[in-house]
Design a binder for this molecule. Sequence first.
Ligand code: SF4
Length: 362
Amino acid sequence: MHAAQQSAPTRRATRAIRLGPYLIGGGNPIRVQSMCNTDTRDAAATLAQIERLAEAGCEIVRLAVIDERAAAALPAIVAASPVPLVADIHFDHRLAVMAAEAGIKGLRINPGNIGGEDKVDTVVAAARHHGLPIRIGVNSGSVEKALLARFGGPTPEAMVESALHHVAMLEKRGFHEIKISLKSSSVMDTIAAYRLMAARADYPLHIGVTEAGTLLRGSVKSAVGLGVLLAEGIGDTLRVSLTHDPVAEMDVAYEILRSLNIRARGPEIVSCPTCGRTEIDLIRLANAVEERLRTVPEVFKVAVMGCVVNGPGEAREADIGIAGGRGKAVIFRKGEVVKSLRGGYDELLAGFMDELELFLSQ
Ligand code: SF4
């Protein structure tokens, strides 16, 4: 007997804001974001990365706009981008205005850091005129000195106070198209900060663990931090930050969402951990199947199992699967064997790939 699938966690109630084609928050789908690590001044390289990100499932891409040349590259990038873009700006309100005029769909800027009330007026007027939301993004490393002194360091409370200070500057101007992020490289601080904020404001939250690290460590830290928050219904957009090609963030982000039954993109690949019964190079086989399916967006379940006796039964819910033994393998669908294969690793792989192509074409 298999238990019924658990439903996705109940989402925290938030306002909805618009970011390009999406409504964010208010129970709308949790959107997957990333950030280019190209030089925005190089429009061709940036666009190439945006296209790779979009193909891998990225729905919102943020670009660092560090100077006027970067801002001047935005119109060309925006015009060709398949996904809405957010301009990440520190300190210089003129860049925010240029980005808004270039057709960017959101701003990430902290109004308390741009040098005065008149400059905040200018940015808010531009955001309002172009219908853009503003993300307030507080990182543990960017908390103001006074708050560090008051709270004894970049504590979750200090991060929340910092963000609310920036938020108040927008609210004072009647501006509520706001999203908030509170990222720390500490998983526990990140979780604590978002929980505090969720209790204090109803703006949508962009969640992430910052400076999480390299592919393996960053993925684990992000999965733990984001997983806890999402399981509590917190989070309206998310980013997995890796010290890696940002395209790799997509697989991790969607696996986190899939694990919590929130959203699925692409096939789920279940593979057994191998054991003393395994008589086939299962690790290589599972990786080959994963590689073939990397860019397939359809949602279904594939199983790659290590023995013909237990494999199909263990992967009963798989839409299609292979279970290998010494010199043979069976292909099964929903736990029922539909075909037998004979040969070495190469023959078994080829036989399964043929069947997989057939399945994909149906
Ligand atoms: Fe072992 Fe077979 Fe289970 Fe794989 S499917 S872990 S080989 S019993």
